[in-house]
Design a protein around this ligand. Structure first.
Ligand code: HEC
Ligand code: HEC
Ligand code: HEC
Ligand code: HEC
Ligand code: HEC
Ligand code: HEC
Ligand code: HEC
Ligand code: HEC
Ligand code: HEC
Length: 276
């Protein structure tokens, strides 16, 4: 009686094993016991040949089930196997258009949304920074932002400022928009206020350039190691925009020697002249 039961179980197990013997099941069974067994479903889709046709490569892709390694971000058209939206039907190594036009078929042209466009964006070097297929990093980046930026920009000038650089983080894009912006420095709107007082919240009246977040009219975020990172340490900082003749014509400005900021707060204040 007992041994018959044992045989029965053995039989069932064997049947289950054979039924389940698809590649995927084998993986599940094996990976239950062993670490590091490659999952065929999630095998990375790496197609290296330059001259594969779209048809060939989609077949290859279908075999791999189109699922990339865990932890990869997939560019939507790549994941949907819409290879032809970017590639030549006959040769997968070629693209149907050059960048940035290729990307602007689906993405908004940065020239429309920014007054100033970043050099490599305007020049169509999108894939210098982004992988058009997949990446382990957010936003399909090829490297962490900071490393990307320092490929082309000289770290010796960028890192001179003692305050603003923390190389462990993607600090560049905290302050800069990588694609373009309002002025040539492409500031991220409101970024200074991530760490500093928001003057708009403290003062009733805001100084013009502060209201416009044109902080770099007076400060340098990188280069200067002067007190308060000021571009100039004298009244010139104000006289770059305010006409000397007009200022010194007023009664209350007759002493040309005094510092503007002894009487005025440079950012804003309780009255419209931000006098202290
Ligand atoms: C969003 C546009 C886009 C889509 C969609 C796309 N590719 Fe690409 N692919 C590119 C670009 C751009 C390059 C060139 C990469 C470079 O210059 O860094 C490229 C390069 C390649 C290469 C050359 C080798 C390499 O990896 O650099 C192959 C092969 C390839 N793609 C296959 C495919 C297949 C297969 C699909 C569909 C599953 C696909 N691509 C979908 C844009 C795309
Ligand atoms: C066929 C249409 C199409 C083309 C061509 C295309 N993209 Fe995309 N891209 C998309 C879609 C759809 C998304 C997902 C949009 C979303 O989530 O808002 C996307 C998202 C992205 C993202 C954001 C990914 C994320 O994780 O948020 C980046 C970066 C990107 N594309 C770069 C590019 C670059 C670079 C090119 C040119 C080489 C390009 N795209 C060409 C359709 C396209
Ligand atoms: C100098 C490097 C660089 C270049 C060149 C570049 N990008 Fe980006 N892109 C980035 C970075 C960095 C981010 C992530 C921004 C963030 O996380 O705030 C990004 C984000 C994106 C996103 C996600 C949405 C967003 O704006 O955050 C899209 C879409 C995108 N880029 C498309 C493009 C296209 C299209 C091109 C070419 C016309 C391009 N990029 C060129 C660095 C670059
Ligand atoms: C592929 C090379 C390349 C990469 C990568 C790159 N840049 Fe640039 N960047 C340029 C070029 C070219 C210019 C235009 C220089 C000029 O006009 O003098 C520029 C200009 C700038 C400017 C304006 C400088 C000025 O004096 O007008 C800023 C700010 C900037 N980049 C920030 C960044 C940031 C932040 C990153 C990373 C997200 C980055 N760059 C990545 C090539 C690059
Ligand atoms: C008109 C020139 C000017 C503009 C524009 C300006 N600042 Fe200042 N800032 C100064 C001066 C001058 C000082 C030194 C004040 C002092 O010594 O009393 C200063 C000091 C500072 C300080 C250190 C002292 C403090 O008040 O906390 C910070 C932080 C600062 N500014 C941030 C900013 C930010 C952020 C912006 C843009 C939103 C900005 N500044 C715009 C002129 C300016
Ligand atoms: C705290 C904000 C902040 C951070 C972080 C930051 N920048 Fe800037 N950057 C600025 C501002 C503001 C300017 C405008 C001119 C100035 O203030 O010196 C500027 C100017 C620049 C310029 C043009 C002038 C120059 O110094 O050559 C480049 C290029 C640049 N930044 C690249 C970078 C790169 C690359 C990183 C990351 C390693 C970075 N920035 C990080 C705020 C920042
Ligand atoms: C990631 C956080 C961060 C961001 C974003 C940031 N700062 Fe700072 N900043 C600091 C730190 C930290 C200091 C060091 C002094 C302190 O603790 O106030 C500093 C110092 C300064 C000083 C000098 C203050 C002094 O006491 O000498 C000025 C001016 C300044 N920042 C302006 C700016 C401007 C303008 C921006 C936007 C372009 C900006 N910061 C963005 C973190 C930041
Ligand atoms: C980048 C240009 C710029 C710089 C630099 C600058 N200002 Fe101004 N300032 C303006 C603008 C723009 C206004 C707004 C003018 C208006 O509303 O009529 C303004 C307004 C003022 C006002 C109020 C005037 C009024 O009639 O309402 C005072 C006071 C003032 N600034 C003082 C200073 C002082 C002090 C400095 C130096 C710390 C300085 N400014 C640096 C551009 C600048
Ligand atoms: C001794 C204190 C004092 C000094 C120093 C001073 N101001 Fe003034 N400023 C004032 C007073 C007071 C007013 C007028 C306020 C009123 O009318 O209620 C004023 C008004 C202004 C105005 C608006 C009206 C006008 O005359 O245009 C501007 C702009 C201005 N100052 C800029 C400056 C600049 C730039 C400097 C440095 C070169 C400076 N001030 C130095 C006290 C001073």
């Amino acid at each position: 009686m007992y041994s018959v039961r044992k045989k029965y179980y053995l039989c069932v197990i064997t049947i289950i094993f054979f039924v389940s013997c698809t590649t995927q099941k084998k993986y599940e069974v094996l990976s239950f016991f062993f670490d590091g067994v490659p999952n065929p479903q999630t095998a990375d889709i790496d197609l290296v040949a330059d001259s594969l046709s779209v048809k060939d490569s989609t077949t290859l892709l279908a075999k791999s089930n189109g699922v990339a390694k865990p932890g990869f971000q997939i560019h939507s058209p790549y994941g949907k196997k819409e290879c032809v939206s970017c590639h030549d039907q006959k040769s997968i190594g070629k693209t149907i258009d050059s960048q940035p036009q290729l990307c602007y078929k689906c993405h908004t042209d940065y020239k429309e949304s920014s007054r100033v466009v970043h050099g490599p964006v305007g020049g169509g070097y999108c894939s210098n920074c982004h992988d058009p297929h997949k990446s382990q990093l957010e936003k399909l980046l090829k490297q962490p932002a900071e490393q990307l930026c320092l490929h082309c920009h000289d770290s010796t000038t960028i890192y001179t400022s003692k305050f603003h650089i923390n190389s462990d983080k993607n600090t560049c894009i905290e302050c800069h928009n990588p694609h373009g912006g309002e002025n040539r420095f492409m500031p991220q709107h409101g970024s200074c206020y991530n760490c500093h007082n928001n003057y708009a919240k403290i003062y009733d009246f805001l100084h013009g350039p502060v209201a416009g977040e044109y902080c770099s009219a007076c400060h340098s975020a990188h280069i200067e190691n002067t007190p308060n990172l000021l571009l100039y340490n004298d009244n010139q900082i104000c006289l770059n925009c305010h006409d000397k003749k007009v200022i010194y014509a007023s009664e209350y400005h007759k002493n040309k020697e005094s510092d503007c900021i002894t009487c005025h707060n440079p950012h804003g204040g309780k009255n419209r002249f931000f006098t202290k």
